[in-house]
Design a protein around this ligand. Structure first.
Ligand code: CP3
Length: 335
């Protein structure tokens, strides 16, 4: 698999996949989602989840598929009731405020996520052998922010208030989430996932010292435990928005570091792991912007003698024209 070879820097190649590649910009996705009823029902229907996982590979021939699910199914199965409201995004009806709430979170949650493992098994059986299947989870910090705030936040005030007023409570929460995630990711690997990505979408909310203690330390712990048992499965970490202190991250247990568009590639090259991403997602609105952006990444890589996993700096947006995705792939592969 080209994707796996690139993760381990075995060949200086540039495979491509896109975060959120299965999603609303694809009419075939909308069709299956409408049949499923709503987003969460789609995640829990393993046959439909597998179908939409494969859709972007069929249409675009990407080098990797990412299993269709959501990072929030984990806190949902730990006991917090979750709704995806149209136009509103995810909302939890229960939140974490004290140690009693933390202690109530179900440590057995990984055993309840069978629909994810079933979707992985079916997808691995259906996908072409040369395409990698990526399993994933949210980082403990990013999941904790949703569990404390109830929904996405601009300021993360409740989460940070807990972090500074009661760091022990925050650590208990992160520890409990991490225990479940280790088991969850191992089960994804056992079901057939060829690589794992840990999404830390709200990494940028924290100052560097807090980030290292309350987020990266847990990502490292999870990655270390997976690496010991599964050395041939690459681990990708995506700490979004940490460009300013990327050098402080210990990447000993990580094979690939995902980088958003605010991080200069030259700064990220100081890390010795393979990099993924960096193209500003809004460049996909313009062919000229795509051409220039891909060329800039290719030029930066020329002096590096290193594989690169082509991706955006965050997920693809729902109103991106499909022909521009074809154009992007053409620029990456043939230009
Ligand atoms: O193709 C893929 O990348 C796989 C599927 C995937 C989804 N969510 C499907 C989804 C993955 C890997 C995720 C991860 C995820 N979910 C993250 C981390 C990555 C990131 O984007 O930062 C986060 C923070 C979430 C939580 C989440 N789920 C939000 C904030 C939203 C609403 C925002 C939006 O785009 O509407 C979701 C919903 C969601 N997850 C959708 C999809 C395709 C849209 C739901 C729909 O179909 O209406």
């Amino acid at each position: 698999m080209r994707f796996i070879k690139a993760c381990f820097n075995e060949e200086q190649i540039m495979p491509i996949w896109l975060m959120r590649q299965a999603g609303r910009y694809l009419p075939e996705y909308m069709q299956v989602r409408n049949l499923a009823g709503d987003f969460l029902s789609l995640c829990k229907d393993y046959k439909k989840a597998s179908e939409v996982t494969i859709q972007p590979i069929t249409r675009f021939d990407f080098d990797a598929a990412i299993i269709f699910s959501d990072i929030l199914v984990v806190p949902n199965e730990m006991g917090l009731s979750l709704e995806f409201q149209a136009g509103e995004g995810p909302v939890f009806n229960d939140v974490i405020t004290d140690i009693n709430d933390v202690n109530k979170l179900d440590l057995n949650a990984a055993n309840k996520l069978t629909y994810v493992y079933d979707a992985i098994k079916l997808t691995r059986d259906t996908l072409a052998k040369d395409k990698a299947l990526i399993g994933f989870c949210g980082a403990p910090w990013t999941l904790a922010t949703y569990m404390i705030e109830a929904k996405g936040s601009k300021t993360y005030t409740k989460s940070k208030k807990m972090l500074y007023q009661n760091p022990e409570l925050m650590h208990s929460l992160l520890e409990r989430i991490s225990i479940v995630l280790c088991e969850y990711l191992q089960k994804q690997i056992d079901a057939g996932a060829n690589a794992i990505q840990i999404f830390d979408s709200w990494a940028s909310a924290l100052e560097p010292s807090a980030y290292l203690e309350f987020s990266w330390a847990y990502i490292e712990k999870i990655a270390k435990s997976l690496k010991q048992k599964n050395p041939s499965i690459p681990i990708i970490a995506f700490p979004k928005g940490v460009g300013g202190f990327i050098e402080c991250l210990n990447t000993a247990y990580i094979d690939v570091l995902g980088i958003d568009w605010s991080t200069p590639l030259q700064l990220a090259f100081k890390k010795d792991c393979v990099l993924q991403g960096n193209l500003e997602p809004c460049r996909l609105y313009s062919k000229q912007a795509i051409k220039d952006g891909v060329l800039a990444i290719k030029n930066a890589l020329k002096e590096q003698n290193k594989a690169h996993i082509f991706n955006l700096g965050h997920g693809i947006l729902p109103d991106i024209p499909i022909e521009n995705v074809h154009y992007l792939i053409e620029q990456v592969r043939n230009a």
